[in-house]
Design a protein around this ligand. Structure first.
Ligand code: ME8
Length: 648
């Protein structure tokens, strides 16, 4: 027997700096679909995912939580593993960058790059975005802020090692422009890399840090740790055993067939990573695919934005395959997808309940009703059947090619067009009328057979996306194992002619959208309330007289801007429209908000405290906040309140 061909696909390794969310699910699901398809095609698949556990952000979060960084990442790692199990992800290996084999490999890689002269020691000065762990040049900043996350950057300088990235610019440009290789998709991102990064001049890359400890030590220079991107990107080869004795898969699987990720980290994968591999004299991955973002009310949904939709809740309420289908169907090739639960409910109701679910249940019910569950051996195919049959014939090549190139949404759309056509086929052939005429028994059996066979072929192609429902559908239509293999989707009439069906449960119950939205809102309000539980309330204060209260001038104010105060963990600096020409107020709530979240809010403040200086800035008043869990939330007023209105 010939050896199976290897196929290697990777997700990014995610930061365990917060709980996993729907955004992480999309990339991992897309890879899962390709991995499942490739296995169905007979490939020996290595599907790698994992976690990027080092870095300053994790160090800080652990400190805030009062635990060690290792304990912090262990806890979140368990949640990622649980989520992938919940989502039916069939990864083959899960790497954590704190795994000792990875640490060992990265140290070797760093030493090797140093010995080869690609890494040198110098002084780093630049603009640093702490949450993104990225240095930026002045020209890359957008309005003076981090171009990735829009937050403040700080001037930073330290003794550091540098990787000679600039030396690779011509080779990287050639790689990106090579039409045959088609290294990066979608194509629009190629221009982005060239115009935004290569053309302005690639800078050498700072690859070590001394300013924090949570990372892989540089073996030959105490105090330096390996900068996160060299640590993180190496995972794709260390997980195969490169420069370590734990695994022995490098020869077999490298170079990777595809690295999948969202657009914001494409530059690391198409500039730094290939340059590192070139420096190490290793083959380059065959393809990098950068998809769009799932956005939530206009911005990228992320761990820090608060409004994250809990994937565990969604799977629990609506079923694993419905969520898989929705995310993969809704994300268009290369662009962003605004997430709403409402869109998901519509997809479930229209595509899954109405189109697919109904097609299966109607067809199976008619076979049951008109033929006691078993169709006739004899058949009568007529010319008008050809349209549906021909349309189904075209699916196999088209859908496989869509899945392989991560145009998963396009592939699904094609399948559902056939499903819609099959529903129309029922209406055109009116089986209920044929059933009234005994002479049409054979034709009736053929109509139902064509429907069952169409369902079979569509379901095979749906199975990488909906692997849990597919076997149920096969069972209901009586499909045998052989006729559900991938290649059987390319063959008409593989089902036995006198097939016996088996009625089953309703595959996709319809969702009452309004009711569901109300329940989800109640659920999320309940979760928020729970955060308060267990927190002791402040004891009530002694009585005070009304006149004392009336001395306070409480007013409504609209937040015009809000920024972190430099060198302060606690303070935010607000510019407030107070109805009297505006004022600046400082408030110690920086730990509980991203400043941009507060802009536009109508808040309450004390207007008649004397001005006070903090960290060199003047504060004219006090913003009212209310205790919330371990922190505080500002007291919000009706957004239509007139700024300056008196509160009393
Ligand atoms: O960047 N929409 O980790 P990360 C779509 N550790 N995809 C999203 C998403 C969203 N809203 N949010 C996250 C890192 N993702 C580094 C990677 S790789 C060597 C190191 C997915 O936790 C998407 O794949 O910030 C994105 O690229 C990745 O998570 C970022 O994950």
């Amino acid at each position: 027997m010939s050896e199976k061909k290897p196929y290697y696909i990777t997700t990014p390794i995610y930061y365990p700096s917060g709980n996993p969310h729907i955004g992480h699910c999309y990339t991992t699901l897309a890879c899962d679909v390709v991995a499942r398809l490739k296995r169905m095609q007979g490939y020996d698949v290595m599907f790698l995912t994992g976690l990027d556990e080092h870095g300053q952000k994790i160090e800080k979060k652990a400190e805030e939580a009062g635990i060690t960084p290792q304990a912090y990442v262990d806890e979140i790692a368990a949640k990622f593993v649980k989520l992938w199990e919940t989502m039916g992800i069939t990864y083959d290996r899960f790497i954590r960058t704190t795994d000792s084999y990875h640490v060992e490999s990265v140290q070797h890689i760093f030493e090797e790059l140093y010995k080869k002269g690609y890494i040198y020691k110098s002084e780093y000065k630049g603009k640093y975005c702490t949450p993104c762990e990225s240095f930026w040049t002045e020209s890359q900043l957008v309005n003076g802020k981090c171009p990735d996350c829009g937050r403040d950057v700080t001037d930073a300088s330290e003794e550091a090692y540098f990787f000679k990235l600039s030396e690779f610019a011509p080779r990287l440009e050639a790689l990106l422009l090579d039409e045959e290789k088609n290294f990066l998709e979608p194509k629009s991102r190629v221009n982005e890399m060239i115009n935004n990064f290569i053309k302005p001049g690639l800078q050498d890359l700072c690859v070590s840090r001394t300013s924090f400890k949570w990372g892989i030590p540089v073996t030959f220079d105490e105090g330096h740790i390996v900068y996160v991107w060299v640590d993180a990107l190496s995972n794709y080869i260390t997980a195969l055993g490169y420069q370590n004795g734990t695994y022995n898969d490098f020869e077999k699987y490298w170079p990777a067939d595809v690295h999948v990720m969202a657009k914001e980290i494409v530059r690391f994968h198409t500039l730094i990573w290939p340059a590192m591999l070139m420096a190490l004299d290793l083959p380059l991955p065959k393809k990098v695919y950068g998809h769009g973002w799932i956005t939530f009310s206009g911005g990228k949904m992320s761990k820090s934005s608060g409004n994250v939709i809990d994937p565990f809740v969604l799977v629990d309420r609506y079923g694993i395959d419905s969520i898989r289908y929705h995310l993969l169907r809704e994300m268009p090739f290369g662009s962003d997808m605004p997430y709403t639960n409402e869109a998901m409910f519509n997809r479930i109701n229209c595509d899954l309940a109405n189109d697919l679910g109904n097609l299966v249940s109607r067809t199976v019910a008619m076979v049951d009703k008109y033929f006691a569950g078993t169709l006739l051996e004899e058949q009568q195919v007529i010319d008008s059947d050809e349209e549906l049959l021909a349309m189904t014939d075209k699916l196999y090549d088209a859908v496989i090619s869509d899945y392989e190139t991560l145009h998963i949404s396009d592939g699904l759309e094609k399948i559902f067009r056939v499903i819609a056509r099959a529903n129309k086929f029922i209406d055109e052939n009116e089986p209920w009328k044929l059933a009234k005429d005994d002479s049409m028994k054979v034709r009736l059996s053929t109509v139902l057979y064509i429907l069952l066979d169409t369902i079979r072929r569509c379901t095979i192609l749906l199975s990488p996306v909906m692997p849990h429902i597919a076997p149920e559908i096969f069972e209901q239509i009586g499909a045998c194992e052989k006729c559900t293999a991938l290649e059987a989707a390319n063959v008409r009439f593989e089902l036995k002619k006198d097939i016996t069906v088996k009625k089953g449960r309703v595959l996709f119950p319809r969702i009452d959208i309004e009711k569901e939205i109300a329940e989800l809102e109640a659920l999320s309000a309940g979760e928020k309330k729970e955060e308060d539980d267990g927190q002791p309330l402040e004891p009530l204060k002694e009585n005070c007289v009304f006149d004392d209260f009336m001395k306070l001038d409480l007013r409504a104010g609209k937040v015009l801007s809000c920024e972190k105060v430099k060198k302060s963990d606690k303070l935010l600096c607000f510019q407030i429209d107070d109805g009297f020409g505006g004022r600046q107020i400082l408030s110690g709530i920086a730990k509980y908000y991203e400043p941009e979240e507060l802009v536009g809010k109508m808040i309450a403040f004390v207007a008649n405290f004397p001005a006070r200086k903090m960290m060199g800035l003047e504060s004219n008043g006090m913003i009212l906040s209310c205790k919330f869990g371990d922190g505080y939330k500002v007291v919000e007023l009706d957004p239509n309140t007139k700024p300056g209105s008196d509160i009393g």
